[in-house]
Design a protein around this ligand. Structure first.
Ligand code: UDP
Ligand code: MG
Length: 313
């Protein structure tokens, strides 16, 4: 391409028919105001509502600037962004949600940070507008994440309005992982990241695509993708328990020699046993999470399938 745009905005779309028109209006307005050349890449992640038609229509309105990637099923938010990353043409890449929870007007702030020399611009949401249970889960999750993955310096990993320099995006697109968490992946490649505050609104229309269970799966992706900590906990726990059992055995042996054989205390023994079985099961589960993901990767199935790309060549 002779004249590549300066900015690429990548947006995953899953059942967002109510938001797309408003998104188009506010986003193009905000970008036009910046006065830089830009493209908007929208990935239709297997929407079952009218999103596909609306996206086609948006492309028709600005064929030079709006490119649509259409998946042939639902591959998840991060894969939808990845597909955009594989095709970006701009020097600076912005990711954001389609539901307008991230204000497009804040893009200028992110671009300024990249221009100031940062390669990754993380964000945290000022006065976050979400349901109370999302806020509570998120607060605890952020604490646990900070503790398990101290290298991931991020105040708020859920906010997807972020900016990346193109070389970081190319690196991310080339990793080929099927389960990943883009902000964390970006940080692992960043040499000069920064964090800025952006606004946050409640969802104007439509519904969150994430159920409670969905959020749990999503967080497992983050944890298993970027940390071996859960596995190491079981190694350490195993060592600790082995040591305690050894002391216990020595104690029982001495007791038998000195006091004589014992028959009481069977239920205490059961309690200890059940507790240990619980730990073993949990450990198996955690190991299984990792193995499942390893299995996914080694099967080498395509991580997403693009049905078609609507763009002006
Ligand atoms: N999304 C997607 N595929 C999915 C789930 C979500 O492309 O399987 C998109 C969705 O359209 C939105 C963004 O990812 O643009 C964030 O999703 P959502 O607003 O449902 O999540 P929340 O804001 O509740 O975390
Ligand atoms: Mg949202």
């Amino acid at each position: 391409m002779a004249n590549n745009p300066y900015l690429s905005v990548v947006i995953p779309v899953h059942n967002e028919q109510e938001s797309l028109e408003e998104l188009y209006k506010r986003l193009t307005q905000a970008l036009d105001k910046l006065g830089k050349s830009y493209e908007i890449i929208l990935t239709n992640d297997g929407s079952t509502d009218k999103s596909a038609e609306i996206l086609q229509e948006l492309h028709n309105r600005r064929p030079d600037q709006i490119r649509i990637i259409e998946f042939n099923g639902n591959f998840g938010q991060h894969m939808a962004i990845m597909a955009g990353f594989e095709r970006v043409r701009g020097d600076i890449v912005i990711t954001m949600d389609a539901d307008l929870q991230n204000p497009p007007e804040d893009i200028g702030k992110l671009v300024a940070a990249i221009e100031a020399g940062h390669d990754v611009v993380n964000t945290h949401r000022e006065s976050r507008q979400d349901t109370w249970w999302r806020l509570t889960v998120s607060r605890w999750h952020n604490k646990v994440r900070a503790w398990m993955m101290p290298k991931l310096v991020m105040e708020d990993e859920g906010c997807m309005l972020r900016a990346y320099r193109r070389d970081i995006v190319d690196l991310m697109a080339s990793t080929g992982e099927a389960t990943t968490f883009i902000p964390a992946l970006a940080l692992s490649y960043a040499s000069n990241p920064v964090e800025v505050a952006v606004g946050h609104a409640s969802r104007a229309a439509g519904e969150s695509s994430y159920s409670f269970y969905g959020l749990i799966r999503y967080n497992f992706d983050l944890i298993t993708g970027f940390s071996l900590f859960p596995l190491q906990v079981f190694t350490l726990l195993g060592m600790l328990i082995s040591f305690c059992s050894f002391v216990f055995v020595v104690f029982l042996m001495l007791r038998r020699l000195i006091v004589g054989p014992e028959v009481e205390g069977v239920f205490t023994l059961f309690a200890i046993l059940f507790f240990l079985i619980g730990i073993v099961l949990l450990g198996l589960g955690v190991t299984g999470e990792y193995i499942g993901r390893i299995y996914q990767e080694v099967r080498k199935r395509p991580r997403f399938v693009v049905r078609r790309v609507i763009e002006k060549k």
